[in-house]
Design a protein around this ligand. Structure first.
Ligand SMILES: Cc1ncc(CO)c(N)n1
Length: 274
């Protein structure tokens, strides 16, 4: 695959080589902090979604293409206020209700992956994902909204916002009309952006998280299980995309970047409560 190196792009040599010891001086530190294994501006801290991932040129290409919106998304007011613990309840509730509805569609998208998949590993993993989505709903969403005095009935009858509907319509349309590879790429931003932001928030907030009302939310997305969900998707996409053409690859990059943009806007529209 020909590959033009863009400015600001992360070259493959900059990736943290988790299983090699390129530099004896950093090897001992790297045992505890793998992201420090290779001294490099991009990877010398935890704030990169490419750390602790298998070396995947596709993941690198996806992230590089989405990098600006990915990084801006982390700086946006909803995430900043959530980290500070100062996000208003009204905004968080709006988000939680929209996200509950979102997860219903998200589960359907995974059911369609399962229906279309030929590979047993993918079919079996989709069963686990359904269970994980149900857990995410009951252990985070239902707990929060009940704490805020909202009933299950109100949750189930909440109206999906125009933007949330546009977002889920897009992934459902890909799920109904496109092959498994495209659908996996369409859901990768959902898993990977949340796993990355969750981890960053939990590492950055440190001890302050204990008194943060949104701690439960951060904890679930900072969990290793959640990170492994993104790793599984990247590994599977890597295998399925082994022999695709450059123009098919461009199509996948477009699906991915659109997904990261939608993740950004899901939070910004919740911040605006619209
Ligand atoms: C909008 C959105 N994207 C991704 C996730 C992660 O499951 C979520 N809960 N909500």
């Amino acid at each position: 695959m020909s590959h033009i190196i863009l400015q600001n792009e992360v070259p493959s040599t900059a990736l943290p080589a988790l299983h090699t010891q390129a530099n004896a001086d950093t090897a001992s530190i790297a045992q505890f902090r793998p992201f420090l294994e290779k001294p490099n501006a991009d990877f010398a801290d935890f704030r990169t979604p490419l750390r602790n991932l298998p070396d995947s040129p596709i993941a690198r290409r996806f992230y590089n293409a989405a990098r600006q919106v990915w990084e801006e998304g982390y700086k946006q007011p909803f995430i900043r206020d959530l980290e500070a613990g100062s996000l208003t309840r009204a905004r968080f509730t709006f988000y939680m209700l929209q996200d509950y509805l979102y997860l219903t569609d998200y589960a359907k998208v995974h059911a369609l992956i399962m229906a279309k998949a030929q590979d047993d590993n993918i079919v079996e993993h989709m069963v686990e994902i359904q269970a994980a989505i149900a857990k995410e709903r009951s252990s985070v969403h239902e707990v929060y909204v009940k704490e805020y005095g909202i009933t299950m009935d109100e949750i189930l009858h909440a109206k999906q916002s125009a933007f949330a509907r546009a977002y889920t319509s897009n992934i459902l349309s890909i799920a109904f009309s496109r092959p498994v590879l495209d659908i996996l790429v369409a859901v990768l931003p959902c898993a990977w952006v949340y796993a990355d932001y969750g981890r960053r928030l939990s590492l950055e907030a440190g001890d302050n998280l204990a008194s943060n009302p949104y701690r439960t939310w951060v904890d679930i997305y900072a969990s290793d299980d959640f990170w492994q969900g993104a790793v599984w998707l990247i590994n599977t996409i890597d295998k399925l995309a082994m022999n695709i053409s450059e123009s098919e690859m461009d199509g996948l990059v477009d699906i991915f970047v659109t997904g990261v943009e939608h993740e950004y806007m899901f939070w910004s529209s919740a911040y605006d409560m619209s």
